[in-house]
Ligand binder design. Structure first.
Ligand code: NCD
Length: 328
């Protein structure tokens, strides 16, 4: 494992499988009455959020607290960033306080890379989403959810997602979730198809390790998981499709479309969902939609990442071996 987690593309298959397996161990902690491990006692982690977030911020904080780290939350709104302070000065302020890891979300693609490679700080840097670039822990929690549902919780240990067919639908152009997922799913051996209107696909898409289609209906019967993306209006500076109704009609997932999926296939969404746009309430609330499960899995994944980057030589969770099983 590298010292920082900046991009899903930096992970080897073995790194990714190790994180998924460690997350399975961490998930067991969530089933205990006291959901806490002493692993990161005495370590300080700063959550540095320059962009809005609900799930990712809360999930990192829960993960850090479950590992007993000291947690400092920083949001750009209400800080000296509003007074014009630069990322460098903010980072050096944190360094002076002796932080061990920085979890950063930033509107500018490349900000976490800059922070990790500038020499401004010594701490480990974890990218919690940068512009339209990367969101590696989201891709990991999505892969974890897929492995559990499509391979099995115990059967999945040590396994990747070889041969699984995953369709990602919607605003690929503005989506760091799509980019991270394409990278990680490819590393894990899955076959990815992106479905979007041509205006919402980035230039150079033909170099990505995936297929592209404009027709959702013909793709659905052939996939094991379909991941719906939010239309990211806050990143749009032009009209990318005629009307919302037209978008939903062609690229939204409703009950009739969901019925075209194979019986075992799951519907995923990273959240926040815009009900009525990319997904109907009927689909979002159905038993096939894993959006809430993805949030719960996010805590286990982030515990695993923090543990492996900051701690990790000891086993994550100590198991008591049954007597007689000692190695001779
Ligand atoms: C995503 C993000 O922020 O990139 N959400 C998340 O982290 N769960 C996707 C989005 O905002 O649509």
């Amino acid at each position: 494992m590298q010292r920082h987690l900046i991009s899903a593309a930096d992970l080897t298959r073995d790194d990714a499988v190790l994180i998924l397996d460690t997350a399975e161990e961490m998930a067991r902690v969530a089933d205990r009455p006291i959901k806490k491990l002493p692993t990161l006692r005495g370590r300080t982690i700063v959550n540095l959020f320059f962009e809005d977030s609900t799930r990712t911020r809360i999930s990192f904080e829960a993960a850090e607290k479950r590992l007993s780290a000291d947690v400092i939350n920083f949001s750009a709104k209400g800080s000296s960033v509003s007074k014009g302070e630069s990322l460098k000065d903010t980072a050096q302020t944190l360094e002076a306080m002796g932080v061990d890891a920085v979890v950063i979300r930033h509107g500018a693609s490349g900000a976490p890379y800059r922070l990790a490679n500038s020499g401004w700080i010594d701490a480990a840097v974890i990218n919690a989403g940068d512009g339209t670039h990367q969101h590696p822990t989201q891709a990991l929690l999505d892969a974890f959810t897929m492995r559990r549902r499509l391979v099995g919780r115990d059967a999945g240990l040590g396994q990747d997602l070889a041969g699984k067919r995953i369709t990602i639908v919607g605003d690929v152009l503005h989506s760091r979730v799509a980019r991270s997922n394409v990278d990680l799913l490819h590393t894990l051996g899955a076959e990815v198809t992106l479905v979007a209107p041509p205006t919402l696909l980035p230039v150079g898409i033909e170099t990505w390790p995936c297929e592209v289609s404009y027709d959702l209906d013909s793709t659905l019967p052939k996939c094991d998981a379909v991941m719906m993306l939010r239309v990211q209006r806050e990143r749009m500076n032009a009209a990318f499709f005629p009307t919302e109704r037209e978008y939903s009609r062609r690229y939204g997932l409703d009950g009739d479309r969901m019925a075209k999926l194979p019986e075992h296939a799951i519907v995923m969404h990273p959240g926040p969902m815009v009900r009525g746009m990319e997904i109907t309430a009927e689909v979002a609330d159905s038993g096939r939609c894993t959006a809430i499960e993805q949030v719960a899995n996010g805590v286990s994944i982030r515990m695993a990442v923090l543990y492996l980057l900051l701690g990790g030589n000891e086993p994550a969770v100590t198991h008591t071996r049954p007597t007689g099983s000692e190695e001779k």
